[in-house]
Design a protein around this ligand. Structure first.
Ligand SMILES: C[S@@+](CC[C@H](N)C(=O)[O-])C[C@H]1O[C@@H](n2cnc3c(N)ncnc32)[C@H](O)[C@@H]1O
Length: 338
């Protein structure tokens, strides 16, 4: 079996024939929702730009085919999970029933159903139902000794107590649909993958249910979000995807991350003519400019933390004043909770 590798082909076939039994610590699966077919679109939308409903060949099955497909891939995932492994599956109200049934049938225990509240959901076009603004992520486990990095999740939880102290991570996550720089687009400006998932979602899942060095698998890899976040968080990964165009996209996304992303690895705070700037190591151009050193430091710290790289602060004379490293294990052994 190959590690840090994109397998091209059908996930049921590859999971059953290429991936070792009980070898994968965590699976994130974003399967076809079986929603394609009506070709709905909204061009010229003034608030969020043009919108096109997912309409892909891989997302069209009869109900019977979909039930048996769901059961087959979940059963194939069960075989490769370690005995304390976790599986997270994203879905909507359209397919949650089929997935829940298949999980139970395959002996997987459901721990949580996380609600992804889309903070920038599309308005409803039909005006006949409440505006859909949520998806779900089901978390299920194979055995009783699952990993849950409770303390680490509190640390990364943006929600705080009134006094600013850490708060338990709840099962409702308010995150925007992928947009801006994170959205991978073609030259025509259209998204290259119709259902790219937010990096923040994968970050929380990976930190919650895996340790550094663990193996994470995504059977429906798409644009490579799971591999990208596994790489950033120092986990090993395997992606499976049946469309070559999406493998190409994921490969270049990973190459960019290995080069340190657009921003360059290690962030430097430097004096400019008008204030202070953030510059990736080796980059001649600034990533951003700020009036105060504090503001530049805040931005550089966030990027370095995300990249798990170094923050380097220079004084007015250009000499290095301070260095901070974010390369530490984000889930040290004391955080292991079974
Ligand atoms: C919902 S998308 C996943 C998007 C991904 N989470 C991301 O962030 O980009 C599902 C992906 O699964 C792929 N796919 C569909 N059926 C498949 C199968 N049987 N085996 C492998 N890949 C499949 C599709 O080509 C599509 O890219």
């Amino acid at each position: 079996m190959k590690i840090n590798y994109f397998y091209h082909g059908d996930c049921i076939n590859i999971l059953s024939n290429e991936i070792d039994e009980r070898s994968v610590n965590l699976i994130f699966a974003d399967p076809p929702y079986n929603l394609s077919g009506n070709g709905l679109k909204w061009e010229g939308n003034k608030t969020g730009g043009d919108w096109y409903m997912v309409n892909e060949a891989w997302d069209k099955m009869s109900e019977g085919e979909y039930i048996s497909f769901t059961d087959s891939w979940i059963s194939a995932c069960h075989r490769v999970l370690t005995d304390n492994g976790s599986i997270y599956i994203s879905c909507t109200y359209h397919n949650i029933a089929e997935i829940m049934m298949a999980l139970k049938k395959n002996g997987l225990r459901i721990n949580n159903v996380i609600t992804w509240q889309k903070s920038n959901a599309m308005p409803n076009m039909t005006k006949r139902v409440f505006t859909h603004s949520s998806e779900f992520v089901i978390w299920a486990v194979k055995g009783k000794k699952w990993i849950f990095n409770y303390d680490k999740l509190k640390e990364i939880n943006p929600d705080r107590q009134k006094d600013g102290s850490e708060k338990q991570m709840r099962d409702v996550w308010s995150l925007p649909l992928v947009q801006g720089k994170e959205r991978i687009r073609g030259e025509d400006g259209r998204a290259l993958h119709p259902t790219q998932k937010p990096e923040e979602m994968l970050k929380r899942i990976i930190i919650a249910s895996s340790m550094e060095g663990d193996l994470i698998l995504d059977p429906f890899m798409g644009s490579g979000t799971t591999a990208a976040m596994s790489e950033i968080l120092n986990r090993k990964w395997i992606g499976i995807e049946k469309e070559q165009r999406y493998i190409d996209m994921a490969v270049s996304r990973l190459e960019k991350i290995k080069r340190g992303g657009d921003m360059g690895k290690n962030q430097h705070v430097v004096k400019t003519d008008t204030g202070w700037g953030v510059r990736g190591e080796g980059n001649s151009r600034l990533t951003s400019e700020h009036r105060t050193k504090n503001a530049a430091e805040n931005v550089a710290r966030k990027i370095a933390k995300h990249q798990q790289s170094e923050l380097v602060i220079h004084g007015r004379d250009g000499k290095i004043q301070d260095k901070d490293s974010f390369g530490k294990d984000p889930c040290p052994p004391r955080d292991r909770k079974h």
